[in-house]
Design a protein around this ligand. Sequence first.
Ligand SMILES: *Cc1c(COP(=O)(O)O)cnc(C)c1O
Length: 457
Amino acid sequence: MKRKPIKYYSTNLKSPEVTFSEALLRGLAPDGGLYLPSSLPLISPRELGSFPCKEYHQIAFNILNKIIGNEIDKNELSRLCADAYNFEVPLEKVNDRKYIMRLDQGPTASFKDFAARMMSRLMQYYLSLNDQHLTILTATSGDTGSAVANAFYGLNNINAIILFPANEVTLMQRKQMTTLQNNISVIAIDGKFDDCQRLVKMAFLDPALSEVSLTSANSINIGRLLPQSVYYFYAYSKLAANMDEKAIFSVPSGNFGNLIGGLIAKKMGLPVKQFIISTNENNEVPEFLKTGSYKLIDPSINCISSAMNVGHPSNLARIVAFYGGVMDESGIIIKTPDLNKMREDLFAVSVTDEETKITIDEVHRKYNLLLEPHGAIAWKGIKEYIELNKKSTPGKPLYISLETAHPAKFPEELRKILNIEPPLPDSLAGLEQKPEHYFSLENSYTLLKDFILKNYK
Ligand SMILES: *Cc1c(COP(=O)(O)O)cnc(C)c1O
């Protein structure tokens, strides 16, 4: 019996519903909203029980086949999963039943590889069916750009343009994008991440660029988020004592795509007690959960966890939608979500730079484990959670903290805090010597538009 394909609606509720492939190739909905599946299939406890002995790419196939299986050839999907997920996903024990899931073993040493590698393969699959061509336009706070550049590099029916805030990415992050060339163009914007994101959104909605067939590889693209639900299933199935136990995940969050992956997994039946949303000093979402009113932070605060320096996360509209509300792109709440239910599922913590550094040092001393700033914020979230929920959480629950980048991507910080040189993974070796190529533009939409028209029309 063939199920009907799932439809995708826009969080602004003003665009028609579309299929997965349309949502994937479009990125942003025409009304400026973000696509979300209107329903999700359930993973039965029996299926979940079959995951512990499966490899990551097999679990990815199982989950994605449930969601998009009616819109893609099964054998092809299985092949794409095996091809995308050809690296380890270590689960490191810290103490008791607390674990760190290292999502940093992909080709750009960032968890964004999980999303970008699957998304690029799915896009190429659908484009090649109709002999179409696309240009990816994406904003990065550091790690998206490198993961996207790497995932799309060399594909013949896709070009990529990547905008980054000129002074807010590390040298290593920049080199991962700017040393590729070929079908990848990289632009330094004289501004912040939120400016890059704003320029990208303007380009998508600009009729003057309609001939270019632009789409997004940011986490505004649903094609990035579905694959991110998989590692929650993976970690849970490998670590849970039985398939009823409820786990607590700590998610270091900036633009909140990672959290949406977790919420999708929970909606599909993954037993999750709560998600800890761990942010840096850009605490607009923790404040929103606390007070129910939303105030974006502009400009965003510069913290050492630079990939999370987001003052107005686009995926907040999706979180609000998950809980029955509506929020527009500017952050105005059109319909209030069920805040009580949100607070039941989500526990939010904001961590200062000072606390981040102390945590990196403490985890290294106590457990001999190396964390970089983003992963340290997640771990600190668990510590705060335990402190505040001692009474309501008896026994030894399963905690899983997500480490989203390899410590070697932040050598300056680790040198300062721990006085050690984090060992470089193979994927990052040799970058220093490679020549860089990138453009620089002022923070102006007109200039970006001219650039795109001149080079991509
Ligand atoms: C992008 C990024 C994050 C934030 O993830 P979101 O999905 O935007 O919340 C956290 N850590 C690192 C290292 C990142 O690159």
